[in-house]
Design a protein. Structure first.
Lengths: 114, 115
């Protein structure tokens, strides 16, 4: 597609529920990233995919968070047993492969856990 | 430690004023990239510029200019003759060579440009 698409744009869920956030990157971008942005903060790295594999998942806060990219395009970030502290904007970005390319970000999914 | 510090939390200027957004970074890597991104009220982060650690040449793009100084580990961003549409949060970011492909963002500077 022309840009990075994230769905849903907003998600409200109850504490303890499971959520899935979807990212559709720019066509041809093999690198895909998930970041999390809390109010008043810069984006914080969660996970990076190169193709289908998670090349770096060191930013995932705990084992309730998991992400997949089965066909090397669309990615899904999954959060189990959501907690109120998970509330944030989840940003997806894609880029060309390689070190030092700027990202194209999606509009984000605002997750609110009540 | 790999870190980006944007000491200015908020800046408010009147239209047509020049404004400089400061960015200081920390890394032990000799190879790295620096970036600036803009996040307007609509929320989507927009890539503005990247600089690699071996290129200290300053860059100008229209009303925007960037000053990279390795000696002070700074990568400052100046907007000349600011406009209301420049109102946004601006993030400086660092991609160090040993950081894989992740990018480390500063906390951002919120710029208000008043008419």
């Amino acid at each position: 597609g022309a840009g990075v698409s994230q769905t849903p744009s907003n998600k409200v869920t109850e504490k303890g529920k499971y959520v899935e956030l979807r990212c559709d990157p720019i066509s041809g971008h093999t690198a895909l990233y998930w970041y999390r942005q809390s109010l008043g903060q810069g984006p914080e790295f969660l996970i990076y995919f190169q193709g289908t594999g998670a090349a770096d998942d060191s930013g995932l806060p705990n084992d309730r968070f998991f992400a997949v990219r089965p066909e090397g395009s669309v990615s899904t970030l999954k959060i189990q047993r959501t907690e109120r502290g998970d509330s944030a904007v989840y940003l997806c970005a894609s880029s060309k492969t390689g070190f030092g390319y700027g990202y194209t970000f999606g509009s984000g999914t605002r997750l609110t856990v009540v | 430690a790999q870190k980006v510090t944007q000491a200015q939390t908020e800046i408010s200027v009147v239209e047509k004023e020049d404004v400089t957004l400061d960015c200081v970074y920390e890394t032990r890597d000799t190879t790295y990239y620096l970036f600036w991104y803009k996040q307007p009220p609509s929320g989507e982060l927009v890539f503005l510029i990247r600089r690699n650690s071996f290129d200290e040449q300053n860059e100008i793009s229209g009303r925007y200019s960037w000053n990279f100084q390795k000696s002070t580990s700074s990568f400052n961003f100046t907007i000349t003759a600011s406009q209301v549409v420049d109102s946004a949060v601006y993030f400086c970011a660092l991609s160090p060579d040993t950081g894989g492909f992740k990018t480390i963002f500063g906390a951002g500077t919120r710029l208000f440009v008043k008419a």
